[in-house]
Design a protein around this ligand. Structure first.
Ligand code: DP6
Length: 360
């Protein structure tokens, strides 16, 4: 396991004038939710997620050596066009990670980024976006320091991604990633995401996530504001303890493939996340009427057919429908027949569990 200080490099063996890399990083969907954080992006509780496969950010990083004048220098392109409004977030990220990547002011960067999912889909791109950028910087660091081990490369990429956006640290690896210190999970740490280290039942292989786009509008609550709501929240301590309990309960579930128990934990986590928002000060309801319609329809379908399909939610109105690959056809039929009508413009995205970031 690495400590934060292990990620501060002492010196680089190579020098490199210019070059470019390109990485894609996927989104991820949390089963046990991260909601609440301490200083320096340290999570208030551990979380676990499925890495996705299709919803991803592709980021190309070009770099040329410049005089170190004490400033960061970068151009930011989104889908090939300059995008000024993304720059402050990147600037802040560079400031946060500079101590770990001391070469940042020696280069001018062109960051060219695009998502495979529609821009205004309400799918957060911060996880995939920050992960893709962090890994690109690690490729440059590896060029400067080729001795670096694969474990260091991956762990530090996740560590840097976390400093950009907490959930981004779960987007570097697949297929199941734990972030946050959990006594029962070997190697788990608050500093970066790690691949879930124990047995996973084949029922989770190619597990499906169909994302129903209920509301594609701007986020009503930014994640910064959202996490802040857990400070002085009347139920915070109990909730953080519950996340540890749920993560422990998932260990045998992952092993034996008990989908009834999986469903109970995952749906409860989703509703608890929203319950936290509904009981904070100020309070928010981020579900829409159609979110509830979908949840009720899933419950009825599951009850009628005994097909193990469930939902989870992020901090918004969209619904992630989770189910094993073996029932894909039946669930997609159900979605098309009964749920598409609740989606904005009938839109939904089909995704599944994936393997993490890819070079090129
Ligand atoms: C509800 O990772 O977006 O999706 O660290 O402030 O960038 P920041 O927050 P972010 O929070 C995501 C919270 C969540 C649950 C989860 O993914 O675990």
């Amino acid at each position: 396991m690495f400590e934060a200080d292990d990620f501060i490099p002492s010196k680089y063996t190579n020098s490199i004038d210019k070059g470019n890399f390109s990485w894609s990083a996927p989104s991820n969907i949390a089963l046990v939710k991260y909601w609440g954080k301490k200083e320096n992006q340290i999570p208030a509780n551990p979380s676990v997620s499925f890495t996705l496969n299709n919803c991803k950010t592709i980021t190309a990083l070009a770099f040329t050596k410049k005089q170190n004048d004490g400033n960061f220098s970068f151009d930011l392109l989104f889908e090939g066009k300059p995008k000024e409004d993304f720059k402050p977030k990147i600037q802040k990220f560079l400031e946060r990670v500079e101590v770990y990547l001391p070469f940042l002011k020696d280069y001018h960067f062109t960051i060219d980024t695009q998502n495979t999912f529609p821009h205004s889909s309400g799918i957060a791109s911060s996880a995939s976006g920050m992960a893709a950028l962090a890994i690109n910087f690690m490729s440059l660091e590896k060029a400067l320091n080729p001795e670096m081990t694969e474990d260091y490369f991956i762990s530090k990429a996740s560590f840097l991604a976390r400093l950009g956006s907490g959930s981004a640290c779960r987007s570097v690896k697949g297929q199941v990633v734990v972030w946050g210190n959990q006594a029962s999970i070997k190697g788990s740490t608050d500093l970066y995401g790690v691949e879930y280290p124990y047995e996973i039942h084949p029922v989770f292989k190619n597990f499906q996530d169909t994302i129903l786009l209920v509301d594609k509008g701007e986020k009503q609550v930014s994640s910064t504001v959202g996490h802040d709501l857990m400070h002085n929240h009347p139920f915070a301590e109990r909730r953080f303890a519950q996340a540890h309990e749920n993560l422990d309960k998932l260990i045998p579930v992952f092993k034996n493939g008990d989908l009834d128990e999986f469903i109970k934990i995952v749906e409860s986590e989703a509703l608890t996340l929203h319950a936290m928002m509904m009981t904070s000060q100020p309070y928010f309801i981020l579900m829409k009427p159609n979110t509830l319609q979908i949840i009720n329809a899933i419950w009825k379908f599951r009850n009628d057919t005994k097909i193990p399909v469930c939902f989870t939610l992020d901090a918004g109105a969209n619904v992630h429908v989770l189910y094993p690959n073996s029932v894909k056809e039946k669930v997609l039929q159900f979605i098309q027949a009964e749920l598409v009508g609740y989606c904005q413009n009938g839109q939904y995205l089909c995704d599944e569990i994936g393997n993490g970031a890819l070079l090129g």
